[in-house]
Design a protein around this ligand. Structure first.
Ligand code: SIN
Ligand code: MN
Length: 199
């Protein structure tokens, strides 16, 4: 099934439970090598999500601003993007081109993400693919200008969203998570992976 909401392509249940478990296992492997950290916003406030990444680039935020970087704040290169995750990108987009960054966001019960555009990549022709695991997250979708009408949908574990075409530069965010709605993550919470072509 595919839902189209304001240009966002939503694939509920893209990953069945065994596939969700396999992707979660692969993400755990990444986190073991590149631990989650809590970035600061450019204004110096700690974000409520914790983050890490896989691929040749990770996404960073601190007082210097938003940018991609080739190393984890600890200094090591980011781990490779797991093959199970690359497979989702290829299946969801049909593209041969591989993403260079898999940003991993972890939402505890109180975490959220404000409305923003994904605009730190060099070429916006390529879509961004989002994969949700664990607790439900209320995903809000707007348009390419800040403010105005929005629509929200609860993203559940295994759901995939493709942000391409008219939605590639649309504002989006996560208002809240529904703590305890999934048992996939042994300690609870929500993981969201976003796959991006950076260069
Ligand atoms: C993001 O926009 O980076 C995350 C979206 C989500 O958590 O669903
Ligand atoms: Mn985003």
């Amino acid at each position: 099934m595919r839902l189209a909401v304001r240009g966002f392509e939503i694939y509920p249940g893209f990953l069945d439970l065994p596939a969700q478990r396999a992707v979660f296992g692969a993400v755990r492997g990444v986190v073991a090598k590149a631990p989650l950290f809590r970035p600061d916003t450019p204004s110096g406030k700690p974000m409520s999500v914790r983050m890490t990444a896989a691929g040749s680039y990770g996404w960073l935020s601190d007082k210097k601003g938003y940018r991609y970087g080739k190393t984890h704040p600890g200094g090591a290169p980011w781990p490779d993007i797991p093959p199970q995750v690359l497979d989702i990108w290829h299946r969801a987009t049909g593209l041969e081109r591989k993403p260079e960054c898999c940003l991993i966001n972890y939402y505890g019960p109180e975490a959220k993400m404000g409305m923003h555009q994904d605009r730190d990549e060099a070429d916006m022709q390529w879509p961004v693919v989002s994969v949700s695991l664990g607790d439900d997250g209320l995903f809000r979708m707007g348009s390419t200008t800040r403010g105005g009408k929005t629509e929200s949908i609860w993203l559940r574990s295994g759901d995939v969203v493709v942000m391409g075409g008219e939605a590639r530069l649309s504002y989006h965010g996560v208002d809240r998570v529904r703590a305890g709605s999934s048992t996939l993550l042994p300690k609870g919470g929500r993981l969201n992976l976003t796959l991006r072509v950076v260069e």
